[in-house]
Design a binder for this molecule. Structure first.
Ligand code: F6P
Length: 357
């Protein structure tokens, strides 16, 4: 009998259910009896002992279901060691609940913040296996996270829809893409959607270069321009500021998001009519795409194998299309950025895409 605790933490994404199903199926398939303790709303459920007992039947029919059957919440790592409002030691409470339920291990699905806490629990002596989820694809140690490809599809659809209306009206359109502090989602959706200008945090933009790129298109006979802008895009001037100076500057920031700031700057520097579209959380919603269903199932299967072998302290990931295991201490606290020198950036530039640099 394997007693497995499971939780999904942080912002949700597509294929969380597919991944959990993969873990449970692979453990059950080995012939081992399994009891699943599903903690509700991420680490919060583990801290406060809020769980549901699940069997392998609960994981049937959820391969294609978006969201997470366990619920999720953000439990910031920054304050994980601080007592809660009633003085409860959260780390100690998680350990106590783990031992009280006599768990063999905890399966944790999450992104960056989640992995820091998962690694802390490992250091505290708990048996941990993690799976990499996030639409941002910014998790270190894996080429890809699940949720990413589904989000690329949705953001690409948004750009495709904007294309037709932009062409009719001859306007400049900005589509703001999620991705937190990295540009993976914007870069991929931007290229897939045929964006003319792609702005990502890793390549700070010069607004004059952006306007030049728009003007070059118009002089060349194109009526419209589409910009795919990452929510974390940053200008060269702001990138040159220290963290403290930027924080001070942001106190007087009045735009709803970076795209509105860029739209305003373009309008002030040119005569173009600019519109902004923000698909927002639609990018995390709906059913996982086929790639993510397969990928999350493969990861789940490998996580199941590690559990059966009693190999703990790893994240399962993918490298060169093969599923791998990476020590948690090598993953926690590191971000995977787009390298401005990556060949994909050079290839995109060869296609005429401007990064505003
Ligand atoms: O990390 C996933 C993500 O969707 C980011 O792309 C985005 O910046 C953030 O979460 C949004 O967080 P929330 O759902 O808490 O608004």
């Amino acid at each position: 009998m394997k007693r497995i605790g499971m939780l999904t933490s942080g912002g949700d994404c597509q294929a969380l259910n597919a991944a959990m199903r993969g873990v449970v199926k692979s453990v059950s398939h080995s012939g081992e009896d399994v009891e699943i303790y599903g903690f509700i709303d991420g680490y919060r459920g583990l801290i406060y002992g809020d769980f549901r007992m699940l069997t392998s039947r609960d994981f049937s029919g959820i391969l294609t279901k978006g969201g997470t059957i366990l619920g999720s919440s953000r439990t910031p790592f920054k304050t994980i060691k601080d007592p809660d409002e009633n003085g409860l030691d959260k780390v100690e409470a998680m350990k106590q609940n783990y031992y009280k339920l006599k768990l063999d291990c905890l399966v944790i699905l999450g992104g960056n913040g989640t992995h820091k806490t998962a690694n802390l629990l490992r250091e505290e002596g708990l048996n941990i296996v993690t799976l990499p989820k996030t639409i941002d694809n910014d998790l270190y140690g894996t080429d890809m996270t699940f949720g990413f490809q589904s989000a690329v599809n949705i953001a690409t659809d948004a750009i495709d829809c904007i294309h037709t209306t932009a062409a009719s009206h001859g306007r400049v359109f900005i589509v703001e893409v999620m991705g937190h502090k990295v540009g993976w989602l914007t870069l991929n959706a931007g290229m897939a959607g045929g964006a003319d200008i792609i702005l990502i945090p890793e390549i700070p933009y010069d607004i004059d270069k952006v306007v030049d790129a728009i003007e070059a298109r118009h002089t060349g006979g194109s009526k419209f321009t589409i910009l795919a802008v990452a929510e974390g895009a940053i200008s060269k001037e702001d990138a040159a500021l220290s963290k403290k100076e930027l924080k001070e500057k942001m106190k007087n920031y009045t735009y709803p998001s970076v795209s509105y700031e860029i739209a305003d700057k373009i309008q002030k520097k040119s005569n173009y009519e600019v519109r902004v579209t923000v698909p927002g959380h639609t990018q995390r919603g709906g059913s996982p795409c086929p790639y993510d269903r397969v990928f999350a199932s493969r990861l789940g299967s490998e996580a199941g194998k590690l559990i059966m072998k009693g190999e703990y302290g790893f994240m399962v990931g993918i490298k060169n299309r093969e599923i791998i295991k990476v020590p948690l201490e090598d993953v926690a606290g590191k971000l995977k950025y787009v390298s401005p020198d990556a060949s994909i950036i050079k290839e995109a530039k060869m296609l005429g895409i401007s990064f505003g640099d």
